[in-house]
Ligand binder design. Structure first.
Ligand code: NAD
Ligand code: 2HG
Length: 736
């Protein structure tokens, strides 16, 4: 045996096994370990939480824990040696049965026929699974077991050593391992057994240790040192880790290991692992693999946006929630994979949808989630938000936040985060492109030629050099654009409600009209607010220079489009570029029509009008960066309570707890901003030492964060209840 592949819940398992892994590293060398991000239905093994249904004892649904410790089963010790069918059965119970976008916890039991179908569907081959162990418990759907003698674990481990391709599920069960001869290729072990297995056996056989994520990229979890001291089960609460291990005896058996993984995980896991990668550093790399897709400069650039696994957990204590339980995140509108990876690494349950959802479906889905991630299409109105019973935080994976009722969210104690500048450059580049395309009538020429018409003209086609660009809104995008435009030889003027320092030789003008009257190109980069609604309408269009161009990449409501159509029709303007519209489809498809906006076909019929489907920020670079930025902000709010960067909420943060800080609880208390609340809260906290505390308010709400020490784990519940029962409380969370 020279390698081991471990798939596990990164957070929980690394917390437990880090010391063991360290001991392995110290003495030996290589395990190929594949960290499976626990994401939606792609997760390998959802945690074996006590609520999860994995078997049925005497006809009643029960949990893995209950099955394992049930007095009704016939067993000799704490380990269940499973036949492979039964292990699959168990795993099936752990795994979601739903197709589509279901939660990992949506389990139900399977009957034997379904199980057989599932096994075949999952490409299980009898040669791989071996002969089933007969179990009298099968009819009751109980897990099989080993009736071995109680002579310690040596025999079993010895037997294991002689096997190849053994699947091992590890639970957080407390029973001891009692050995028997190994009769099956499937084992279910408890944590202590794994400890024994790793420390007593495998460290003699392992040559090196590499952790890989599901993309086969090495994850440097072991150098953080963050997990030391976090291995005691008492600190894990209801985080019951599960680990699946496949042992293999030679390089050639990697393929069968992989088949076994298919069998164990179901066919829809998303990791496709290059066997060479799993074999470790000296093996095949992507670059040398004959089937490798070459990595472009863009991909290497994107590397900087890979999830910062280490920085999230680095050097401070990882806290876990007392009151919120499993964190569920609903991600809509094709939020980038970088965010999914970040949430997966935290062990959150992620439900992912490529599109936005209509109000009814949204209301249904939002009911029990703790976080929701959206882009510009999903309308989180008060009517939707009032159905969210557990919602802590909203992530707008974009710049604009006008799609969220920010005030309602704040008053419900829901923090909202966005990505204030990750796509600014992408928008600015698109605007430069549109300026040139408009002044050269590029859209029309291209369309004509697509229809076979050769139309070589220069009339009314211009260079942009020397022309004046008027930027309305000199924020992140406007100022970036200013620099690019000057590099093209344009003169830049800008108008903003704030006095903003000019970049390059740009000049701020004192009114919108002054800007309109002096610009060849007018481009809008203001947010959607009551002030900016129809900011460009007939009077403003009339003020513009004859033959000028208008560009709107901000928000659809900022331009009065019927007025723009009129100005284009009469030749007042020479062209326009629109990326945003008052109403936009919730998903891709032939949906941009008069039903959506009544003037659509009229707009489509106009010459030199570039229409794009809200793609200003839609680049790989921008979306990856946004995924990392908002994903990290949400994680930090959920895990540590930090609201720095929230757009509707007091910004509060405390430094993390040291790894060795015992019995410390972080209190997160969102409340109405009225007199006397702090006195009440501090009275409750006064029996403990307040290590640090920070409170701030914004409008009607306030947020208190405090680290208190000397708290017994048993006291946390009553502390929580006391805080929950205070007047003016909005949300209480305790992390410990
Ligand atoms: N098309 C896209 O895909 C896309 C991508 C990103 C952003 N956007 C939109 O672009 C907008 C601007 O983005 P940003 O990052 O530059 O925002 P920003 O907040 O950095 O800048 C906006 C600027 O507008 C100014 N402003 C606000 N109200 C004004 C008014 N009435 N008159 C003049 N100036 C006013 C502000 O002072 C600020 O300087 C966003 O709000 C978003 O709606 C669109
Ligand atoms: O990606 C989106 O849907 C929105 C892009 C842009 O309008 C933004 O607000 O950042």
């Amino acid at each position: 045996m020279d390698s081991i592949i471990c798939h596990y819940n990164v957070l929980a398992v690394t917390q437990i096994y880090y010391p063991y892994l360290v001991s392995l590293l110290g003495s030996q060398s290589l395990i190929g370990v594949d960290v499976q991000w626990r994401v939606g239905k792609s997760e390998l093994l959802p945690q074996a939480r006590s609520q999860e249904t994995v078997g049925r004892t005497n006809g009643s649904e029960t949990s893995l824990q209950s099955v394992l410790s049930s007095s009704g089963r016939t067993r000799g010790g704490g380990v269940d040696v499973l036949n492979t069918g039964e292990l699959q059965h168990g795993l099936d119970g752990w795994r979601s049965n739903n197709t589509g976008t279901s939660w990992g916890r949506d389990q139900s039991d399977v009957d034997r026929t379904t199980l057989t179908r599932t096994l075949v569907g999952n490409r299980v081959r009898s040669t791989k699974v071996g002969a089933p162990v007969t179990s009298s418990d099968w009819n009751q759907s109980q897990l099989g077991n080993d009736d071995g003698t109680s002579d310690g674990s040596g025999q079993l481990l010895g037997d294991l050593d002689t096997k190849t391709n053994v699947a091992v599920g590890v639970t957080n069960d407390n029973d001891d391992l009692h050995s028997g001869s190994l009769t099956s290729s499937g084992l279910l072990l408890n944590r202590q057994n794994l400890h024994d297995l790793v420390l007593e056996t495998w460290n003699k056989l392992i040559n090196d240790l590499v952790l890989l994520n599901w993309q086969g990229v090495e994850v440097d979890l072991l150098h953080g040192g963050d997990f030391l001291g976090l291995h005691e089960s008492s600190k894990l609460g209801d985080w019951d880790p599960a680990l699946l291990v496949i042992l293999t005896s030679s390089a050639s058996s990697w393929a069968s290991s992989w088949t076994a993984l298919s069998w164990c995980t179901g066919h829809d896991y998303k990791c496709v692992i290059d066997v060479g990668m799993l074999r470790g550093k000296p093996g095949t790399s992507l670059a040398t693999s004959p089937n490798a897709v070459s990595t472009s400069p863009t991909n290497s650039y994107l590397d900087q946006y890979r999830p910062r696994t280490k920085s999230i957990t680095k050097s401070t204590k990882t806290l876990k929630p007392f009151s919120t339980g499993d964190i569920k995140i609903l991600l809509l509108e094709n939020v980038n994979q970088t965010a999914i990876d970040i949430f997966g690494a935290q062990g959150y349950q992620v439900e992912f949808h490529k599109t936005s959802l209509g109000e009814e479906e949204l209301i249904e889905k939002i009911k029990d989630v703790h976080a929701i991630g959206i882009r510009s299409k999903t309308k989180l109105t008060a009517n939707v938000l009032k159905h969210a019973k557990n919602l802590l935080v909203i992530g707008c994976f974009c710049i604009g936040t006008n799609q969220v009722d920010l005030e309602y969210a704040a008053e419900a104690g829901i923090a909202v985060f966005n990505s204030p500048f990750s796509n600014s450059r992408s928008v600015a580049e698109l605007v430069i492109c549109e300026i040139i395309a408009l002044s050269r009538q590029l859209g029309d020429r291209s369309m004509e030629l697509h229809n076979g018409v050769w139309n070589k003209v220069s009339a009314k086609c211009w260079e942009i050099r020397g022309k004046t660009l008027g930027i309305v809104g000199y924020g992140h995008i406007g100022s970036q654009l200013s620099v690019l435009a000057e590099a093209f030889g344009m003169n830049v003027i800008y108008y903003d409600v704030l006095m903003i320092m000019a970049l390059g030789t740009a000049k701020q003008v004192s009114s919108l009209n002054e800007l309109l009257a002096n610009s060849d190109f007018v481009t809008l980069h203001v947010p959607e607010t009551p002030d900016t609604k129809n900011m460009i309408s007939s009077p403003q269009l009339a003020t513009m220079k004859d033959g000028a161009y208008l560009l709107n990449n901000a928000r659809g409501t900022i331009v009065d489009i019927p007025a723009l159509i009129d100005a284009l029709k009469v030749g007042k303007l020479a062209g326009a570029a629109l990326d945003v519209y008052p109403h936009e489809p919730a998903k891709n498809g032939p949906l941009f029509n008069n039903e959506l906006n009544e003037w659509t076909s009229e707009l489509q019929s106009l010459k030199n009008v570039i229409l794009t489907p809200h793609i200003g920020g839609s680049t790989e670079e921008a979306q990856s960066a946004i995924g990392v930025e908002v994903g990290t902000a949400l994680t930090s709010y959920i895990n540590e309570g930090s609201s720095i960067g929230a757009v509707n909420f007091p910004e509060v943060s405390l430094r993390g707890l040291d790894l060795d800080q015992e019995n410390v609880v972080r209190v997160l208390y969102i409340h109405q901003n009225v007199p006397g609340v702090l006195r009440t809260v501090n009275e409750i906290l006064s029996s403990y030492n307040i290590e640090k505390q920070f409170s701030d308010s914004r409008g009607n709400i306030a947020y208190l964060m405090a680290d208190i020490s000397g708290v017994n784990v048993q006291e946390i519940k009553s502390l929580y209840e006391k805080l929950e029962n205070t007047p003016y409380k909005i949300i209480t969370r305790l992390l410990y």
